[in-house]
Design a protein around this ligand. Sequence first.
Ligand SMILES: *[C@@H]1O[C@H](CO)[C@@H](O)[C@H](O)[C@H]1NC(C)=O
Ligand SMILES: *[C@@H]1O[C@H](CO)[C@@H](O)[C@H](O)[C@H]1NC(C)=O
Ligand SMILES: *[C@@H]1O[C@H](CO)[C@@H](O)[C@H](O)[C@H]1NC(C)=O
Ligand SMILES: *[C@@H]1O[C@H](CO)[C@@H](O)[C@H](O)[C@H]1NC(C)=O
Ligand SMILES: *[C@@H]1O[C@H](CO)[C@@H](O)[C@H](O)[C@H]1NC(C)=O
Ligand SMILES: *[C@@H]1O[C@H](CO)[C@@H](O)[C@H](O)[C@H]1NC(C)=O
Ligand SMILES: *[C@@H]1O[C@H](CO)[C@@H](O)[C@H](O)[C@H]1NC(C)=O
Length: 212
Amino acid sequence: MEATTKGITLCLIVVALLINVAVASDTYTNHTVGGDAGWFFNSTTNTTSADYKAWATNQTFGLGDFLIFNTNTNQTVIQTFNQTTYGSCTIDDSLDTDTFQYDGVSNQNGDAVTIPVPLTIEGTQYYFSAAEDGEQCQQGMAFQINVTHGLGLPPSLNQPPPPPYVQPPGPADEGQSPPVAVATNAPNRGMRTGPSFRWLVLVLLVLLSYLE
Ligand SMILES: *[C@@H]1O[C@H](CO)[C@@H](O)[C@H](O)[C@H]1NC(C)=O
Ligand SMILES: *[C@@H]1O[C@H](CO)[C@@H](O)[C@H](O)[C@H]1NC(C)=O
Ligand SMILES: *[C@@H]1O[C@H](CO)[C@@H](O)[C@H](O)[C@H]1NC(C)=O
Ligand SMILES: *[C@@H]1O[C@H](CO)[C@@H](O)[C@H](O)[C@H]1NC(C)=O
Ligand SMILES: *[C@@H]1O[C@H](CO)[C@@H](O)[C@H](O)[C@H]1NC(C)=O
Ligand SMILES: *[C@@H]1O[C@H](CO)[C@@H](O)[C@H](O)[C@H]1NC(C)=O
Ligand SMILES: *[C@@H]1O[C@H](CO)[C@@H](O)[C@H](O)[C@H]1NC(C)=O
């Protein structure tokens, strides 16, 4: 009886530890761009609210993570896979296939917005603000990140894209749709907690045999 109680207690402790390990190592991260300073440009002083390149080099980005841009409509969020477009600080000559605008046209009203950008493609990608004719970008509203495979795409982002949206006749088109889940070379792991889960089953089996 006492041995059983001890066994169950031990078992519960081990399970709790394993769950902790699984949560710590197997979750996706939301990276708030610029940290508390957000994604802002002060056009009076021509300064950015954070050093975005330094911020980016201090993070590890994986598939399924999000970049969270806390900003306002004085800035834009451009994602590009084209280094030339990044270097040019403008989307005027960019291709629809490698460059995406996330917030429509900058309206210069300064309304607060939060723009979540899912990381769905491995490799190097670039972000900048194209507002004020590229001035913001030239003054530092620009950074590059490298996205690793990490945990792989979660099912929520690994869906085939929906059928194309047909714009009803009406006033100006605001930007274009962001890229949705392009299948990557490596298959998505069925269960994210795979290795930990296998350990858990193993430990449970050992404990059960010890209890008998
Ligand atoms: C990360 O951001 C996405 C998009 O806003 C949101 O759906 C998700 O719940 C966030 N995850 C965490 C852990 O905050
Ligand atoms: C820009 O900086 C100036 C000088 O520091 C400050 O007075 C102003 O409030 C700032 N503007 C914004 C929008 O933060
Ligand atoms: C900011 O940049 C604009 C445009 O380049 C320039 O006219 C202005 O003098 C600059 N202001 C400061 C404080 O550097
Ligand atoms: C990088 O991260 C470390 C630890 O979190 C922090 O102390 C440091 O200030 C960060 N550096 C930059 C440039 O954000
Ligand atoms: C990058 O974009 C430029 C236009 O900004 C285009 O001329 C060039 O072909 C693109 N590069 C690639 C590799 O698609
Ligand atoms: C947005 O930009 C306009 C024009 O440069 C400026 O007058 C205003 O203070 C800015 N608002 C915010 C919240 O940064
Ligand atoms: C991204 O990877 C490229 C090529 O591996 C490397 O040159 C660059 O420094 C990396 N950039 C960052 C921000 O880690």
